[in-house]
Design a protein around this ligand. Structure first.
Ligand code: P6P
Length: 335
């Protein structure tokens, strides 16, 4: 149950009982993400002042080292999660290997691992386009109290206990699920509180927006080319509108509100596509399915894919159910 304008804190307390398996740890985990997002939001929003505060790698007017924003975001989320002593391991797009936490202390009882893309689309910051943080949460599968292992991270997406994103756009929003639907919270930066602005978010079953980098068209598989031509032909409610921001979180968020499909297919340039399974596709697929949408690699449900390595890439089709199913139809027909 949720009512509009409830704060994120009130929402978490009210829905605590529905977080199965947790004694408040998952709530504290979401709270730590909400705090880190506020800190990163502040830094992202002043990135435009780079001439005053110094570009990445320089020192700013206070003589402080100016970090690249994705490195900054990575450090902030990792430190916030470690300081609150909630998780036993973290994997990040910015870290080659996973980070084991408290591995020397067999008394720690932390049972969650977090996988994160700290600042997806960060190349857009220099041109003032929205960017986002994406996170995915699992319960560990190795014994509590022992050092976390790679198998704690290489779990299928259907094992996630929570997933979400922060979108640093015209307003900053935290959108997440714990398996009981998707809710969106908008930050009021004046007082630092998030308010439930988008309760129970749902993908429209159908849509008229397709998001893909058409510059790669000649490199796409035939099924993708056929689907793009289908979107463009004059028939019924088509041609659709092409909208591609170059920021997954932004395209996903718009499509969830208005209806649409986002595609990052494999191509002759990227044999498995570009997006990472564990900390981009799985969390977005969990959100999509919780919001009555769908997510696949063109043939297989994303959440059923067996991961083999931390930074593996997969082709990604995600959004309104009927649109994803139509794209799958073209992929299978062209096979
Ligand atoms: P391209 C950003 O780098 C990202 O991971 C997604 O956020 C975005 O949708 C995609 O890559 C853009 O990639 O190759 O179209 O520039």
């Amino acid at each position: 149950m949720s009512n509009k304008n409830q704060t994120l804190g009130e929402f978490i307390i009210e829905n605590q009982a529905s977080f199965k398996y947790t004694s408040g740890e998952l709530s504290r985990l979401i709270n730590s993400i909400r705090l880190a997002a506020k800190v990163v939001n502040h830094e992202v929003n002043k990135a435009g002042l780079v001439d005053i505060i110094g570009a990445a790698g320089d020192t700013n007017v206070q003589g402080e080292d100016q970090q690249k924003l994705d490195v900054y975001a990575n450090d902030k989320f990792i430190q916030t999660l470690i300081n609150r002593n909630i998780v036993c391991g973290i994997a990040s797009e910015e870290e080659d290997d996973f980070i084991a936490i408290n591995s020397q202390d067999e008394n720690h009882q932390n049972k969650y691992v977090v996988l994160i893309d700290p600042l997806d689309g960060s190349s857009n910051i220099d041109v003032n386009v929205s960017v986002g943080t994406i996170f995915s949460v699992y319960r560990r599968v190795t014994p509590v109290g022992t050092p976390v292992q790679i198998e704690d991270f290489l779990q299928k997406g259907n094992q996630q206990v929570a997933a979400g994103y922060v979108i640093y756009g015209t307003s900053t929003m935290l959108v997440y699920t714990t398996g009981h639907g998707v809710n969106g919270f908008t930050l009021n930066p004046a007082i630092g509180s998030y308010y439930l602005s988008h309760p129970n978010m749902q993908f429209p079953e159908d849509g008229k927006i397709y998001s893909v980098n058409e510059g790669n068209y000649i490199h796409f598989p035939q099924g993708v080319k056929d689907y793009i031509k289908y979107c463009q032909e004059e028939e019924g409610d088509r041609p659709y509108t092409s909208r591609y921001i170059g920021s997954l979180v932004s395209d996903f968020h718009r499509n969830m509100i208005k209806g649409g499909i986002y595609m990052y297919p494999k191509s002759s340039k990227n044999s498995n596509g570009k997006l990472r399974l564990l900390y981009e596709c799985n969390p977005m697929a969990f959100l999509a399915e919780q919001a009555n949408g769908k997510a696949c690699d063109g043939f297989t449900r994303i959440l059923d894919i067996e991961p083999t390595e931390l930074h593996q890439r997969v082709p990604f089709f995600c959004g309104s159910k009927n649109m994803v199913e139509k794209a799958e139809e073209f992929m299978k027909k062209a096979q």
